[in-house]
Structures are given as structure tokens and as C-alpha cells.
Design a protein around this ligand. Structure first.
Ligand code: UDP
Length: 238
């Protein structure tokens, strides 16, 4: 399939149309932003790492019964995906308190909660991705009840599969963000990415942060953390 026109450029990825209207090509960038675009920078090698880590984890999820948009990795930075209409939600899954939840509820980072927490945010940069609940989602027509139930059950499944898999690599899955899309035949599939940009990964032993918090909080060693995730999951460097 041939790349044609650029459809969209986001903060971390570009999306291109192809000569087949059912498929797109995603191209991962090294650009990094945080705090709704207020902080900007570059993380060298990030695009290639996020592309490969995302595809690796999506293949694992597919094997475990979670449908995804992934079709084929084309090269270092580019992947062929099914064209979907994105459900305008960020689905956040949390195992351990961190980030905005710690702030909101006054829980120190690292506190294990009694059970997994699911949150929804409305994907809208101008509004700063406000948190919403199931009633808002149904009332606004962003998803149907059936679609939302499926999104929630896939999200818990993703958490279980990834938490178990990452544990083997001595990585603790603290929290992460998912996005779902709808294919032209109405199937709900996991879309977007699963990477150190969208997950909190802590070393299980040292609790060292191996994710975008190193960039957000100016902790240094940003590139090394992304490389380390790549190495632990795919056993190689880029
Ligand atoms: N997250 C994301 N994109 C967003 C907001 C959050 O990928 O726009 C991820 C983030 O990396 C973390 C989880 O979702 O793994 C929970 O983020 P949180 O709500 O704590 O927000 P943050 O502290 O990152 O602002």
C-alpha cells in the first residue's frame, strides 16, 4: 500500500492516507510534549522505540483476544493500521496511585489501591481532556452502552495481559492510557499507542521511573529509560 496525503499531525505522530481507504500509515515522531502541549522537547530515538514497543504489545494483546488496529510494521517509524474513527475518550487504567490521581485524592505516589481504577477523559485539547463518567459519555453520544461495556472489558483485559507480561521483565505497570476506534464495519478495536509515552513503567525492584515522567519532571536519563524499555521487551537497541 502506498502512502498518499498527510491526514493529520498530532503531538507524537503523523497519520497518512493510503491508496486503500480502509488503511492508514502512522508515523511516530521524536517530538515530546507534556502538560497539554505547554512543555515541548525532543526525545532522540523515541519515535522508533514507541513504534516497535507499541506493535510488540499490540501483537501480544491480539493473541490474547483484544482486537487492535495493527496491520503491519513497515519500517522503524511507520506502521500500517486499519482506518478507524476514534472514540473521543482517553481510557485511563490505574493499578498504583500516581500523577493526576495522586494530586486529586492526596494519595502519595506508589500507594497500591484496593482494586483497579478505570477513568474516562473526553479527548479535547482545548478543554484540557476533562474527566467524564459513563453518563456523560452516553448522554453526549460518544459511545453506546454496548460499545462502552466492550471498551471497559477490553481495558481490564489489556491491564491483566500487560501487567503479567511486564512483570517478567521486572517492570511494574502503574497506570496507562488507551484509545479505541471503530472500523468501517463497526468493530471496536484498540488504537493509538502503548508506549513509555502513554504508560507509567517502574522498575519492580528499584521503583525507578522508566517512562515519560522523566521528561515531564526533568529527571534526566530520558533517552536511556526509553532504550531500557525497548531492551527489556524486545531485547535490542535502536
Ligand atoms: N496519559 C496519556 N496521555 C494523556 C494523559 C495521560 O498518555 O493525555 C497517561 C499517562 O502517561 C499515565 C496515565 O495516562 O500513564 C495517567 O495519567 P495521569 O492522569 O496521572 O496524568 P498526568 O499525571 O500524566 O498528567
Amino acid at each position: 500500500m502506498e502512502k498518499t496525503t498527510q491526514m493529520y499531525e498530532g503531538k507524537a505522530k503523523k497519520v497518512f492516507a493510503t491508496d486503500n481507504p480502509d488503511y492508514c500509515i502512522v508515523s511516530y515522531k521524536d517530538d515530546a510534549t507534556a502538560f497539554n502541549g505547554l512543555k515541548k522537547g525532543t526525545i532522540l530515538g523515541k519515535g522508533a522505540i514507541n513504534n516497535r514497543v507499541t506493535n510488540h504489545l499490540m501483537r501480544l494483546l491480539e493473541k490474547n483476544g483484544v482486537p487492535t488496529h495493527l496491520v503491519e510494521e513497515l519500517n522503524d517509524r511507520e506502521t500500517l493500521v486499519k482506518k478507524v474513527s476514534i472514540v473521543p475518550l482517553e481510557v485511563i487504567v490505574r493499578n498504583i496511585a500516581a500523577g493526576s490521581l495522586s494530586k486529586r485524592l492526596g494519595l502519595p505516589e506508589g500507594v497500591k489501591m484496593g482494586s483497579t481504577v478505570l477513568e474516562y477523559c473526553y479527548k479535547n485539547d482545548d478543554l484540557g481532556d476533562p474527566m467524564v463518567n459513563e453518563y456523560h459519555i452516553l448522554a453526549m453520544g460518544w459511545a453506546t452502552k454496548e460499545e462502552l461495556d466492550l471498551i471497559a472489558s477490553y481495558s481490564f483485559k489489556v491491564n491483566q495481559v500487560l501487567s503479567d507480561y511486564l512483570k517478567e521483565a521486572n517492570i511494574e505497570l502503574i497506570d496507562f492510557k488507551l484509545e479505541f476506534g471503530k472500523t468501517k464495519d463497526g468493530q471496536i478495536v484498540l488504537a493509538d499507542e502503548i508506549s513509555p509515552d502513554t504508560c507509567r513503567f517502574w522498575d519492580s525492584t528499584t521503583h525507578e521511573k522508566l517512562d515519560k515522567d522523566r521528561f515531564r519532571r526533568d529527571l534526566g536519563g530520558v533517552e536511556d529509560a526509553y532504550q531500557e524499555i525497548m531492551r527489556r521487551l524486545l531485547g535490542e537497541n535502536v
